[in-house]
Unconditional design. Structure first.
Length: 119
C-alpha cells in the first residue's frame, strides 16, 4: 500500500551527541537512517519498528528503517533527521539563500519490497 505523507527533516539531540563520535559512528548512522512514523500510520501501513520503508518523490528515492514516533507526531507527517537520506528528497532550489527548502516535503511511502510504484 502506497500513501502520501509530508516529510519534516530536522535535528535531534541524539544526532548531536552521536556526531561527537563522528559521522561514521553506529549511533549517528542509525539516527539519520531512521524514519519516525505516527503510530496510527504504522498500523495503517502494517509496519513494525525496524521495518524497511521506501520513500520517494520527484527528487529522489530512499530506503530507511522506520519506527513508531510519539503520538505528538500527527498522522500524515513523517520525521527524519537531517542527513544524506533526507537531502536526496529535497529540491535543489535555494531561492538565493544557499539552503534548499527542507520542511514540508511531499513524499510517497510504502513498505520496502511492495513496489507499488509512483502513484
Amino acid at each position: 500500500m502506497t500513501e502520501t505523507f509530508i516529510l519534516i527533516p530536522g535535528r535531534t539531540s541524539r544526532q548531536g551527541t552521536a556526531l561527537s563520535k563522528g559521522k561514521d559512528s553506529d549511533d549517528y548512522v542509525e539516527e539519520i537512517n531512521t524514519l519516525l512514523v505516527n503510530p496510527d500510520d504504522m498500523l495503517k501501513l502494517n509496519l513494525e519498528d525496524g521495518d524497511r520503508v521506501r520513500m520517494w518523490n520527484g527528487h529522489g528515492d530512499v530506503e530507511v528503517a522506520c519506527k513508531s514516533g510519539k503520538k505528538e507526531l500527527p498522522p500524515g507527517l513523517l520525521f527524519i533527521v537531517y542527513g544524506d537520506k533526507s537531502s536526496q528528497l529535497m529540491d535543489g532550489e535555494t531561492h538565493g539563500s544557499g539552503m534548499p527548502d527542507s520542511k514540508g516535503i511531499d513524499v510517497f511511502l510504502e513498505k520496502a519490497g511492495e513496489s507499488g510504484g509512483t502513484p
